[in-house]
Ligand binder design. Sequence first.
Ligand code: NAP
Length: 286
Amino acid sequence: MSTQPWITTSVGINMPCFIYGTAWKKARTADLVVQALLAGFKGIDTAGQPKHYDETLVGVGLQRAKQQGIPRETLYLQTKFTSPSGQDPNHIPYDKTAPIQEQVAQSFAKSQQNLQTDYVDGLILHSPFATHAQTLQAWRALETIQRAGGARQLGISNCYNLNVLQALYTDAKIKPAIVQNRFYKDTGYDVALRHWCTEYGIIYQSFWTLTANPHILNSETVRNLAAHHHQTPAKIFFRYLHQVGIVPLTGTKSEQHMQEDLAIFDFSLTGDEVIKLSLLLQANTD
Ligand SMILES: NC(=O)c1ccc[n+]([C@@H]2O[C@H](COP(=O)([O-])OP(=O)(O)OC[C@H]3O[C@@H](n4cnc5c(N)ncnc54)[C@H](OP(=O)(O)O)[C@@H]3O)[C@@H](O)[C@H]2O)c1
């Protein structure tokens, strides 16, 4: 089994360098969480968003993993607060008519119950709100949860506008430690935003990494690197992300892909190969 490295975030929290995502697993969620943990994943990503995630079954999976010798305390667990606009109106895990701060508190209480844990290692605002004032209201509620010991660090997702991130960073009393974004060409692979994150000690997590990038995976550059290193194109791309400081998420349902994804820590790309891939991304932005 491959052993994955961990990194320490700006607030001193250890985070595994590859995280297993639990979206779209439905009734298979618990089984796949157990399978991923047994394969060697140490990080689990979920959300208080029943439309895409079954947090209750993530909690069941964590309990089953515990019975198999993997205690929750040895894992990195993160969940999200999703605003009403990102929810299925018929399945919102809080009172959508309550003020934003109350919505966040209710959603988190539900997540604690679902996940059968008092604390999460990461608590993420699923997306900025339409206005900075609203985003800040939600952030204040997340800060309250962190101060009470419910979350060890905070983050924001789907934040593609650097000005929005900078405004949050400026006004936050507890600064974001994580940005979780879709990694795709439409946003120029967030190059400027990622540089800024690095400067401010924020870890960038990627999703849609394979789904959004078939043109990269099928490119001559990646195919040649795959042949040269005797690896798959997906592994080359994930390894590249790791070497440039990104923590990728994978939501694979395949045991073989779980093993392959974790095996990116068993080989490395040269500095020149990393530059080649960075230039490939740059050449493929809109
Ligand atoms: N913050 C947000 O708004 C947001 C949005 C979307 C997702 N997420 C998080 O990110 C996680 C990952 O989602 P994702 O959008 O990146 O997609 P994903 O669920 O990881 O799906 C990726 C696709 O790649 C395939 N795959 C995985 N590993 C592979 C490998 N080694 N070789 C070849 N194919 C491979 C998978 O197929 P197989 O199943 O057959 O392997 C699947 O079809 C989610 O579960 C969720 O936790 C967050």
